[in-house]
Design a protein around this ligand. Structure first.
Ligand code: SF4
Ligand code: SF4
Length: 479
C-alpha cells in the first residue's frame, strides 16, 4: 500500500538508536520490532522535530513507521495502554504454580540468594509433608477452577508446574517428590525443575516417567572452579555428582539445560568449561548459557560484578576465545527483540517483566504463598497463604498490578515496551518499591550486545539467522 505523501513528519519519540561502531546506526522502531541501518547524515536529519520527506530514504523510513504524523504516537501509546490492561487481566487467569518443596539445600554456595534462611534454622529445615501436599493440591484445584471456569486444563500443557527449593531434588525427599509428581500429573500438569543437580542421578529414572519440560542445572565451571563454589555441607565438591546426574538425565531423554553462574571469581575460566562441555558430547543436545550472579538484599559477596561489567566481559570473551562459541546464544536469552531481529522469532511488546507481576504463585512448605522465586521466604513479600485456608493479601494486588504504565520512569523510557520495567523484586531490593524501574542489563544490552551480534551476523554466515520480512534488519531501500 502506498503511503499518503506528506511534506514533513515527526520521528518516533521512543525510537531506539544504536551506534554500530562502524559509522552506521541501527534505528529501531520499538512498536513494530523492526530495525533499519542508517548513516550519520540520515540520523542527523531525523534529529529535527519535523523531518522533510524529501528523498527516498525518508520515504522508506516513514513506511517502516520510524516517522509518524503529529499526535499519532501519543494515540498509539494510549491504545497500547488499553491493550496492556486487557492482556494483563486475561493473563492473570492462568496461574503459574511453583512448589517450594523444601527450604533446605544439600549445597552451601557462598552466593545463594536464600542465604538469609540459614539464620532461621527452623524455616530452613521446613520440607513438605504428604498432608501439606494434599492441602496444596486442593488449593491448586480451587484456584484453577475459580480463575478459569473449570477450563484451566486446556492451558496446562504450556504452563508447567515448577519444582524449586532450597533444593527440590534431594535424596532424602525422594518419596515426597514422587508424590508431588503423581498428584500434578493427575491434574494434567507437566513440570519444570530448577535444581543444583547434585542428587539428580537418583531421580532421573523417576523423572523420565513424567512429562518434564525442562530441568535447569547449574555448573560454575570445570571441576576445580565449580567445587570451590558449589559444595556440600563439609566442603565436599559437587561437580562429579552433577556430571553423573546430567549424563543419567541425558540417557533417560530428559530435557536438561545448563546455567553457568559467573562473577569475577570464575568468569575468565568459562572457556575451559566450554571445552569440557564439548568433550562430554553435551553440545548441542544440552543447551548451556552464562548468567551473572545477582545480588540479593542479604548477600555480602564480594566477587559480584555489575550488569554492565558482565555484559562487557562476556562479549570480550566471545571475541577473543573461539571456545566460547558454544555459549553464544547466552546473548539472546534475555532479549526478545534481538532474537526477533536476528532469528525472526515472534516479537511481542512487553508490558510487564515476568509472570510474578501477573499470576505466579510460589507455595512454600509452611503454607505461605509468595509471588516469585527470589521473594520466597521474605515475610514482607508474602502474598497469601494456603494453610490453614486459602487467602491473599494486599501485597498480591501490588505485585500483580505492576506494568510499565504504573512506573513513571518507564513511561518516559524508549526501552519501555522491550524491557517491561525490569525485575519487580530487583526494584524492591534496590529502589525500595515495586513502582520503580529496575534497569539492570537492558541499557547495556542495547549499547553493547546489539552491535556485537549485528557484526557477527554480517561476518559469519550461519552464525545467526537473518530475518527477512517484517522484523529483520534492513538498509532502507528507495521506493
Ligand atoms: S520478579 Fe525478578 S526475581 Fe522474581 S521471578 Fe520475576 S524476574 Fe525473577
Ligand atoms: S526498567 Fe529502566 S530500562 Fe526498563 S523500561 Fe524502565 S526505565 Fe527503561
Amino acid at each position: 500500500m502506498r503511503m499518503k505523501e506528506r511534506e514533513s513528519m515527526k520521528p518516533l519519540k521512543k525510537s531506539i538508536v544504536i551506534d554500530l561502531k562502524d559509522g552506521d546506526y541501527l534505528l529501531i522502531n520499538p512498536y513494530r520490532g523492526l530495525g533499519d541501518v542508517v548513516d550519520k547524515e540520515t540520523l542527523k536529519e531525523l534529529s529535527s522535530q519535523d523531518v522533510e520527506i524529501s528523498n527516498g530514504t525518508m520515504q522508506a523510513l516513514a513506511r517502516r513507521g520510524h516517522l509518524v504524523e503529529d499526535g499519532e504516537e501519543d494515540d498509539l501509546i494510549q491504545a497500547l495502554r488499553r491493550r496492556a490492561n486487557k492482556m494483563h487481566t486475561e493473563s492473570k487467569k492462568i496461574k503459574g504454580h511453583g512448589i517450594v518443596i523444601t527450604y533446605d539445600c544439600n549445597l552451601r554456595c557462598p552466593y545463594c540468594y536464600e542465604r538469609h534462611l540459614f539464620a532461621k534454622e527452623q524455616k530452613r529445615r521446613a520440607t513438605m509433608s504428604r498432608k501439606t501436599v494434599d492441602m496444596l493440591f486442593e488449593t491448586i484445584q480451587v484456584i484453577d477452577s475459580e480463575d478459569n471456569d473449570g477450563g484451566a486444563s486446556e492451558n496446562r500443557e504450556e504452563n508447567p508446574m515448577t519444582l524449586i527449593g532450597g533444593e527440590p531434588l534431594q535424596k532424602e525427599n525422594f518419596s515426597i517428590v514422587e508424590y508431588i509428581l503423581k498428584k500434578g500429573a493427575e491434574l494434567g500438569y507437566p513440570f519444570s525443575i530448577v535444581t543444583n543437580g547434585a542428587d539428580l542421578s537418583h531421580f532421573a529414572p523417576l523423572l523420565s516417567q513424567y512429562d518434564i519440560k525442562k530441568i535447569q542445572i547449574t555448573i560454575d565451571g570445570v571441576k576445580e572452579v565449580h567445587d570451590k563454589r558449589r559444595y556440600r555441607k563439609g566442603n565436599r565438591g559437587s561437580f562429579d555428582d552433577i556430571v553423573k546426574g546430567i549424563d543419567e538425565a541425558h540417557k533417560n531423554g530428559l530435557p536438561v539445560v545448563i546455567r553457568i553462574n559467573a562473577d569475577s571469581d570464575n568468569i575468565d575460566r568459562v572457556p575451559e568449561f566450554a571445552e569440557f562441555y564439548m568433550d562430554k558430547g553435551w553440545y548441542p543436545d544440552i543447551p548451556a548459557h552464562v548468567s551473572n550472579v545477582t545480588a540479593s538484599e542479604c548477600l555480602m559477596y564480594s566477587p559480584l560484578i555489575t550488569a554492565e561489567q558482565f555484559t562487557k566481559k562476556t562479549i570480550d570473551l566471545f571475541l577473543k576465545d573461539e571456545r566460547m562459541k558454544v555459549f553464544r546464544h547466552s546473548l539472546l536469552t534475555h532479549n526478545d527483540l534481538l532474537r526477533h531481529l536476528v532469528r525472526d522469532e515472534e516479537f511481542s511488546l512487553k508490558f510487564w517483566y515476568c509472570g510474578a507481576q501477573v499470576s505466579m504463585l510460589m507455595y512454600d512448605p509452611l503454607g505461605d504463598i509468595y509471588p516469585c522465586f527470589e521473594a520466597v521466604g521474605h515475610d514482607s513479600q508474602k502474598i497469601g497463604e494456603y494453610i490453614p485456608e486459602l487467602k491473599f493479601n494486599e501485597t498480591m494486588n501490588q505485585w500483580q498490578s505492576r506494568t510499565v504504565f504504573t512506573i513513571p520512569e518507564c513511561l518516559e523510557c524508549n526501552l519501555a515496551f522491550i524491557c517491561g520495567g525490569g525485575c519487580a523484586y530487583g526494584a524492591i531490593r534496590t529502589m525500595g518499591s515495586l513502582n520503580k524501574p529496575y534497569c539492570d542489563r537492558m541499557k547495556f544490552i542495547i549499547e553493547h550486545e546489539f552491535p556485537y551480534v549485528y557484526h557477527l551476523m554480517k561476518t559469519e554466515e550461519g552464525g545467526f539467522k537473518k530475518a527477512e520480512s517484517q522484523g529483520g534488519i534492513q538498509k532502507p531501500s528507495h521506493p
